[in-house]
Design a protein around this ligand. Structure first.
Ligand SMILES: O=P(O)(O)OC[C@H]1O[C@H](OP(=O)(O)OP(=O)(O)O)[C@H](O)[C@@H]1O
Ligand SMILES: O=C(O)c1cc(=O)[nH]c(=O)[nH]1
Length: 484
């Protein structure tokens, strides 16, 4: 088995090549074995057949550890044999629902290093400390158990009220534990809960556990279309669904599984067709929280705005990281939060117009101008040698006060050059507002030059939150916080 490849890459490749969100469960369940057969010797042949029948129809295999454990030593041997026959391009999820702090490090080593499975399910009750040892493996993924379909679980899952249930709190907390690539959610076959979990975690992969409906039948209590509508992400992905065991008992299992796969794919296409490509999502950010920017920082990291490795900065200096804020404009919900955060600062300032520093801040300045109903202008980066040949675009009158908006302050050179251009046209510039202050004295430098600088986030705050949320390791934390 190739353990070098990331779970998510392997999974995406299998979804793509087999066009399937289905996974195959390989569990030696005693009740499915007639007394005439020995489970430990005959299950292997059954599993081989199931793999042969489905290898080009599935995107993953799932193995439930408990079934193997209960068989004792022959069960452990069987597990090794099963792991060995799964084709290397199919990712393996070990359904262990592990939940013990003391053994997490050892268990993570066993399953990821010795058994080389690609992902594992965990029960979250012991908190982040229990999950962290699994997240240390860069190519592996964990699925956190959020909600099961077991009726008696409702007393816990829906505590304290069905409107604000524990399982949604669990989703919100586990979102801070790891990136969407590293941490998915495990949910039982329950369309209502699945829909609420999908709404709370539009970015997470959901491993569905239990017997899924085999077809669409609105008269049935369990309708496949309803389940898919509840759980698929906006781009028709984000779900892994088990092949119902009953299909293997049918006359033509392969044909039935193929039909199910194709039916799911039709629903996926419908989900994509029905989703706006640029949906406006109103953020759930409470500015009274002790760490109001935590969600925003984690989302910025998760979309790849913080990258490590030597990078030349706009100033020419070389830092061992780069904050790439150009990505935010393509993700409306994050862009919306960012514009809101700037607006909170701009509300307290006196100005006639908003100026964005090209190019990175032009979309933000545009968003702010529309949100705050204030006119926008911008100083050009380079003056055109044709057309009107203006240094400043947009309408303005000398004597007006301009608030300058930029995305990041590193050396302060870009905002000062922009402000100087505005001033050369008779405008006043007193306030400069940025999303990220790189710190290390740049605000003081601006003050000496006559500007008040305001920022939504500071680099040290970003480093701290990413480190606490286990998004970055100690070395990366030190790189972000060292003097440059
Ligand atoms: O404080 P500084 O050292 O000047 O660095 C920060 C500036 O660098 C980036 O712009 P960049 O020159 O990369 O241009 P772009 O916005 O056109 O991408 C960024 O948008 C800031 O304007
Ligand atoms: O534009 C940016 O986002 C940016 C510019 C720069 O010089 N350094 C950085 O980390 N980000």
């Amino acid at each position: 088995m190739n353990n070098q490849k990331k779970f998510c890459d392997k999974l995406l490749a299998a979804i793509e090549s087999n066009q399937s969100l289905l996974y195959l469960t390989l569990d030696p369940q005693p009740e499915t074995f007639p007394d005439t057969l020995s489970i430990t010797t005959d299950f292997l042949a059954k599993a081989k057949l199931a793999i042969d029948q489905t290898a080009d129809l599935i995107s993953a295999c799932k193995i439930t550890l408990g079934f193997y454990q209960s068989l004792g030593i022959p069960g452990w041997e069987l597990l090794q044999q099963i792991l060995a026959i799964i084709p290397p391009h199919i990712p393996v999820i070990l359904d262990a629902k592990h939940c013990d702090l003391n053994t997490s490090t050892l268990f993570a080593k066993t399953v990821f290093e010795d058994w080389q499975v690609d992902a594992v399910t965990l029960s979250p009750y012991a908190g982040f400390d229990q999950v962290a040892p699994f997240l240390l493996y860069p190519n592996k993924t964990v699925f956190v158990l959020c909600a099961t379909a077991n009726p008696t679980a409702a007393a816990l899952q829906e505590y304290p009220t069905p409107e604000n249930p524990l399982y949604l709190q669990l989703v919100r907390v586990s979102q801070t534990w790891g990136t969407p690539e590293k941490l998915g959610l495990q949910v039982g076959v329950m369309p209502d809960m699945l829909a609420r979990i999908r709404q709370a975690a539009p970015e997470r992969l959901i491993l569905v556990e239990g017997d899924i409906p085999e077809q669409n039948d609105l008269t049935e209590q369990n309708d496949l279309a309803e389940l898919l509508a509840a759980g698929l992400s906006k781009n028709g992905e984000g779900l892994l669904l088990p092949i119902p065991p009953s299909l293997f008992a049918s006359q033509e299992p392969r044909l039935e599984i193929q039909k199910l796969r194709d039916n799911i794919n039709e629903q996926r296409l419908r989900a994509i067709a029905g989703s706006p490509t640029c949906e406006l999502w109103l953020p759930d950010v409470c500015f009274l929280q002790p760490e109001p920017h935590r969600d925003l920082i984690l989302q910025l990291y998760d979309i790849g705005c913080v990258v490590f490795g030597d990078h030349v900065q706009a100033s020419g200096a070389v830092f061992p990281y780069y904050i790439d804020l150009r990505k935010i404009i393509s993700i409306p919900q994050i862009f919306h939060q960012i514009v809101s955060a700037y607006a909170e600062i701009l509300k307290g300032l006196k100005f006639d117009r908003i100026a964005g520093i090209p190019y990175g801040s032009l979309p933000t300045a545009t968003g702010l101008a529309l949100r705050m109903e204030r006119p926008m202008i911008f100083p050009r980066k380079e003056v055109k040698t044709y057309g009107a040949g203006k240094l400043i675009e947009g309408h303005f009158q000398a004597g007006e006060t301009i608030v300058v908006v930029d995305d990041i302050l590193i050396s302060g050179k870009s905002v000062m050059e922009g402000a100087a251009k505005l001033k050369s046209a008779g405008l006043n510039v007193e306030d400069i507002v940025v999303l990220i202050d790189h710190e290390q004295g740049v605000k003081d430098k601006l003050q000496v030059n006559g500007y008040r600088a305001h920022s939504v986030l500071a680099l040290s705050e970003i480093a701290q939150i990413l480190y606490q949320a286990n998004r970055i390791d100690t070395e990366q934390f030190q790189l972000l916080t060292a003097e440059h």
